[in-house]
Design a protein around this ligand. Structure first.
Ligand code: FCB
Length: 455
């Protein structure tokens, strides 16, 4: 079926042939087994042990115990009909010190996982960095230090060396904005540092790490290479919206896809951090040919110009911009529900950055689910997913080159600073027993996948 056929079907939301349906997770959020088989500590292990950082003092020590239950979890994915599974590789399992030779037992786990997935007919999508920086690298400066980008490339080579014969799709870095600006800007995420200059340096080095890794993955023959960004349409008056768009979206899209930073961004960087860390040739290294941009979409960003407003610590350069609450329905995270924003975002991406495919690598919602008589009725999540899939479909009709959709998340899991109190899974996890229970939304999603479209 062609896009024209999709359009011709009018309001029946059927997706193009070959559209990829799947689910996503990340290592620290589900694996547990924090001290097994030679795994070293990551910045999230340290952060979780720092009082007051994570709700309830929760940690990823056990999480969903996926490290031991992966076979059962893959069987569940198969029952749901998933075509793709996006997981992340834990750097501190592979390199407990963040450098040097690989710890074979760490790689063995991903080897087993990938083989299981392939045997179940599920395509493995591997993310190399989903925020679990080895603690020894943070002790040497973390992402504000240029050396971390080189260490990341070495690590990427080790993982590809082991899994590259079976994993076709590689995502280098997940959400560098969050890693840089929540990790080093407002300190809400690990490592919990609060220095706007370091946050900007971290952003550049995460991009550099992406570029170095993408280049070597390409040379090594990787099938598809992607960078996953948390992107959002920015809604508000023109001046505030344009600036926030630069800070959130274009700070990453432009260097990765065009090989340049927006001039207004460089002014911010120069003023806040200086430009010493942006070396000649860096932009060329960052600007590697990509097959896909991974789009993590949860909600739009709402702003308004407000003279005198100081910069938000997570947004160096946001002086004079207020982040406003649009009102209306929200998820349990307090995040606004606005599916139209996804259409707008995807159409804009294909228009402004043509030539690269789009893959929704995360989209989903937390609600306060309860198990009643062995079922989880989650009509709000189901409606959220249905609305966003309709929005994705509309984007394809509007010209977006969208190749697939991965729901966040397969399982309820450790939601970073929120601990286990926020449930994003389409499958419920009882943390006391580790029992998995597909929610109504999972059963519905299975039908969507079967039909390649909505009812
Ligand atoms: C994204 C993260 C993912 C998950 C969702 C809710 O920012 O990439 O790990 O926590 O938010």
């Amino acid at each position: 079926m062609t896009i024209a056929d999709v359009e011709a079907r009018g309001r029946t939301p059927v997706f193009p042939d070959g559209f990829v349906w799947g689910a996503a997770t990340a290592a620290y959020q589900i694996e547990g087994a924090a001290r097994e088989d030679g795994r070293g500590p990551s910045i999230w292990d340290t952060f979780c042990r720092t009082p007051g950082r994570v709700a309830g003092g929760h940690t990823g020590d056990v999480a969903c115990d996926h490290y031991h239950r992966y076979a059962q979890d893959v069987a569940l994915m198969r029952e749901l009909g998933l075509g793709a599974y996006r997981f992340s590789v834990s750097w501190p399992r592979v390199q407990p010190d963040g450098s040097g030779p690989a710890n074979p037992r760490g790689l063995d786990f991903y080897d087993r996982l990938v083989d299981r997935l392939l045997a179940a007919g599920i395509a493995p999508y591997a993310t190399l960095y989903h925020w679990d920086l080895p603690q020894p690298l943070e002790d040497h400066g973390g992402w504000p230090s240029r050396d971390t980008a080189h260490r990341f490339a070495d690590y990427a080579a080790l993982v590809h060396g082991r899994l590259g014969d079976r994993v076709r799709t590689w995502i280098t870095v997940n959400e560098p904005w969050v890693a840089a600006f929540l990790g080093y800007g407002n300190g809400v995420h690990a490592p919990g540092r609060t220095d706007p200059a370091d946050a900007l340096r971290a952003a550049h080095h995460l991009l550099l790490g992406h570029g170095l890794a993408a280049s070597l993955l390409r040379t090594a023959g990787a099938g598809e290479i992607a960078l996953t960004l948390n992107l959002a349409p920015v809604i508000g008056d023109e001046e505030a919206a344009a600036r926030a768009d630069i800070l959130l979206n274009r700070q990453f899209l432009d260097p990765a896809l065009r090989g340049s930073y927006p001039p207004d961004l460089l002014e911010v960087v120069e003023r806040v951090a200086g430009l010493g860390h942006v070396r000649d040739g860096d932009l060329a290294l960052i600007n590697q040919p990509l097959d896909l941009v991974g789009v993590n979409y949860y909600n739009p960003c709402y702003v308004a110009s407000r003279p005198g407003q100081p910069a938000d610590p997570a947004w160096p350069g946001s002086e004079g911009i207020a982040f406003v609450d649009p009102g209306g329905p929200t998820t349990a995270m307090g995040w606004p529900i606005a599916p139209d924003g996804l259409t707008r975002l995807l159409v804009r991406l294909s228009r402004d950055y043509s030539g690269v495919g789009l893959l929704v690598t995360e989209n989903g919602a937390a609600f306060d689910d309860v198990v009643v008589d062995g079922r989880v009725h989650d009509p709000e999540r189901l409606a959220y997913l249905d609305g966003h899939l309709r929005a994705a479909h509309a984007a394809i009709a509007g010209g977006a080159d969208l190749r697939g959709y991965l729901v966040w998340s397969l399982l309820d899991n450790f939601e970073w600073a929120e601990g286990y109190r926020r449930r994003f899974g389409i499958v419920h996890v009882d943390y006391a027993t580790q029992r998995r229970l597909p929610k109504d939304s999972a059963l519905w999603y299975r039908g969507v996948i079967e039909r390649n479209g909505l009812a």
